[in-house]
Design a protein around this ligand. Structure first.
Ligand SMILES: [Zn+2]
Length: 410
């Protein structure tokens, strides 16, 4: 086969091509963009296809009426490279400068740093990994933009795009259907062998559990139709990475979640005071933010030594921060901090900040970390143990979440 002819490259519907020849063509699926912008794409790019053209045929499997493609087939037949880590159950597929990251048991996956969701997760079966067909098609659209993915007789293949019309300005549909916020995970910081910060005789892990339960109860009462969950509802130890994993596992197509980690702060200076809300960034707001993050990250020394997930390059890559999630996290932090500022007037608002918290790193949804006050400041420690103040912290966080959802759903 020679591909030395010039092809018009156009994104959009493939209906014309489908009508012209009998094959069923899978149209390029629209990514879950979580974006409100309507992007006008005017694509009249002339691409010269030459020499090394990928082409393959690969089987589609069906288990329990769900369609999959085998990772083994992808590795052996498509020219797409892959790695899979048996400990983390996380895999990566890459081709040229494109990459896709997934994890067994998850319906959420990343393609070129953007979150996509399937209706059902990646599975392990008979010692093999199977990825949802939708994931495979979306990945092929990203990896091989100059091809169409076709499904015929239970086999996928790539064909060069054959578009005869003149290129036309093409509008992406009004923002793709927005995922609904279907669940909220409240994460009481620390627990079990990790007491968190200690001030006087008060332990952070007890305060965070108490506050989190109140936030849960407040949201259950005031936010109907959304599932409110906790990463722990008793005093036990959970590794940082596991916390967002619990939340990510709940993601599937058409839904989104929120992750709120609840903490109280500590400082070597007993004068440090106030409440603040963080979102994840590799660039901390200031030295104090960096110190707070490293204090909260300290718990990794208590975690299992089987693997070092936080230092692992693959891991960090797998959890690449996507700009959209970061923007939404900042908005969630704004809403929560705004309510705390209004309702916790006897303490100071330190504002919204960013820092590299390991507990937020893995989240594939808007995620924030609330520091409700300083356990090392005697005035705030006393407030944090009082029912009235705790109730107002819970109401503030709860109302901030509700404010965010209203804005998000607009
Ligand atoms: Zn903490």
């Amino acid at each position: 086969m020679h591909f030395f002819k010039t092809e018009k490259k156009r994104f959009g519907t493939t209906e014309t091509a489908a009508r012209n020849n009998g094959d069923r063509i899978i149209s390029k699926p629209s990514p879950i963009t979580r974006r409100l912008t309507i992007t006008a794409l005017y694509l009249s790019v002339w691409t010269l296809l030459s020499g090394s053209v990928t082409s393959f045929t690969i089987r589609e499997y069906t288990f329990n009426k769900k369609n999959y493609v085998s990772l083994y087939d992808i590795a052996t037949k498509t020219g797409i490279n892959q790695t899979f880590d048996v400990i983390s159950q996380r895999g990566k597929l890459y081709h040229k400068h494109h990459s896709a990251v997934f994890q067994a048991g998850y319906a959420a996956y990343l393609i070129d740093g953007r979150v996509y969701l399937s209706d059902y997760p990646v599975i392990r079966k008979n010692g093999e990994i199977f990825i949802p067909s939708l994931f495979f098609r979306e990945m092929c659209s990203a990896f091989f933009p100059e091809f169409e993915i076709r499904l015929a007789n239970n086999h996928y293949s790539l064909k060069t795009k054959t578009i005869t019309e003149d290129p036309v300005p093409f509008l992406t549909p009004d923002s793709p259907p927005k995922e609904k916020i279907a669940f909220i995970f409240i994460d009481p910081g620390h627990g079990g062998r990790d007491p968190g910060a200690i001030g006087g005789k008060i332990r952070e892990k007890d305060l965070t559990l108490k506050l989190s339960r109140k936030i849960r109860d407040y949201l259950k009462k005031n936010l109907k139709g959304v599932q409110i969950l906790m990463t722990r509802d008793k005093d036990h130890f959970i590794e940082l990475g596991k916390r967002t994993e619990m939340a990510n596992r709940k993601l599937k197509k058409g839904t989104n979640g929120l992750f709120v980690s609840v903490h109280v702060n500590a400082s070597i200076s007993s004068r440090s005071n106030g409440h603040e809300t963080y979102y994840l960034s590799q660039n901390p707001t200031n030295e104090e933010s960096r110190a707070t993050a490293s204090l909260e990250n300290n718990v990794v020394v208590l975690e299992s030594k089987k693997h070092k997930p936080y230092q692992d390059v693959e891991y960090v890559e797998a959890l690449m921060l996507t700009t959209q999630i970061q923007k939404e996290s900042a908005l969630l932090a704004d809403n929560i901090q705004g309510r705390m500022k209004k309702n916790l007037r006897e303490t100071r608002s330190r504002g919204v900040k960013k820092a590299d918290f390991f507990v937020l790193r893995g989240a594939l949804m808007p995620a924030v970390l609330v520091e409700a006050g300083y356990i090392t400041n005697s005035k705030e420690r006393k407030l944090l143990t009082q029912k009235d103040f705790q109730d107002r912290v819970a109401k503030s966080v709860g109302d901030g979440v509700i404010d965010f959802i209203k804005e998000y759903n607009k």
